[in-house]
Design a protein around this ligand. Structure first.
Ligand SMILES: [Zn+2]
Length: 326
């Protein structure tokens, strides 16, 4: 079963590839990210605990406790992993947890997007494992390996051997794969969190892994309310997020697994997030069109300031930056 809707029209790049940092700065977004130093130093300052494996039924599992929520699905002749962890130690611990449950071989890792907290653990996985991602994620990983800095905030060091784990199985819009006896539908409908997001839908399990399209409840991202994190530096889009998540809602999954915070989101919760996000986006747009400045809009909407430890821009700031660019 595929996600419905039109395929993304070359979501890779906006027609004009304007320097995003300039736009973000013009919108008055916080770029200092003082507390994010810890992230740049390898996540030492981020909330993290012991890995915990939670079965979701029919071989699907979510792994919480690392900096990123990840997952794995055990099929009849192999295991498919969703996201690689950020830290080697967590990637190794996750493999130990998988081995405690099955002897079947690790067949593939699906990357939900290219951010370091989801890919930096790759070199701790067996060399040669099939790595699956959206085309723009490959492009961003290739750029990262070549030394490109996407974010102004401090980033973890790029693992030396990341270049040996670049995705080889690519998805542009939608692709159905059977790996290890597991059927997975991988869809990129539009740019959301980044322009390389994949929704990994396991129809037999009725579980959708959506990566950082869902981040609610992450202690590293307090005060965000129900609103998503949109990475403008990687050409994410709030309008795209709404489109993607409405299609995800239509999947009628039992569980939506987000990359941070609440690892299990049900349909009703997702529906509420979509409605709140749509409403907030409309509010910002209306005020923007009425000529209000960002500071006024934030005051009117009682938008809490970006908060530690990561000081990510708020959703209001993101939408304002997008409107400035439009
Ligand atoms: Zn993440």
């Amino acid at each position: 079963m595929a996600l419905s809707g039109q395929p993304a029209e070359a979501s890779r790049r906006w027609p004009l590839r304007r320097p995003m940092r300039v736009l973000v700065a013009a919108a008055g977004l916080t770029l200092a990210f003082p507390g994010a130093q810890a992230y740049g130093e390898g996540g030492a300052g981020l909330h993290r605990s012991m890995l915990k494996v939670v079965p979701l039924g029919d071989g699907a599992h979510v792994v919480t406790g690392g900096i990123t929520n990840t997952g794995f699905v055990v099929g009849k002749d192999g295991v498919v992993v969703i996201d690689a962890q950020m830290l080697d130690a967590d990637a190794v611990a996750m493999q130990r947890e998988i081995r405690a449950r099955t002897d079947l071989p690790l067949r593939a890792i699906i990357l939900t997007h290219s951010d370091p907290d989801h890919i930096n653990g790759l070199p701790a996985w067996p060399r040669g494992i099939m790595v699956i991602a959206q085309e723009n994620t490959l492009s961003e990983m290739t750029d990262t390996v070549a030394g490109k800095q996407f974010y102004a905030r401090p980033q973890p060091p790029v693992p030396a051997d990341l270049k040996s784990y670049l995705p080889t199985e690519l998805v542009r819009h939608s692709r159905t794969l059977t790996v290890g006896g597991i059927s997975v539908v991988l869809t990129h409908l539009a740019a959301g969190h980044t322009d390389g997001d994949l929704v990994a839908w396991f129809p037999a399990q009725r579980v959708a892994f959506v990566g950082d399209l869902l981040t609610g409840g992450d202690p590293n991202l307090p005060d965000r309310g129900p609103y998503p994190v949109i990475n403008l530096e990687k050409f994410g889009s709030s309008a795209g997020w709404l489109k993607v998540m409405k299609a995800a809602l239509a999947l009628n999954a039992r569980v939506y697994v987000g990359g941070h915070g609440s690892a299990q989101v049900d349909r009703d919760q997702l529906k509420a997030m979509i409605l709140a996000t749509e409403r907030r986006r409309d509010e910002v747009e209306k005020l923007f069109k009425a000529g209000k400045q960002l500071s006024e809009i934030r005051a009117i909407l009682k938008d809490p300031p970006p908060s530690p430890p990561l000081f990510f821009p708020t959703f209001v700031e993101i939408v304002y930056a997008e409107l400035l660019r439009a």
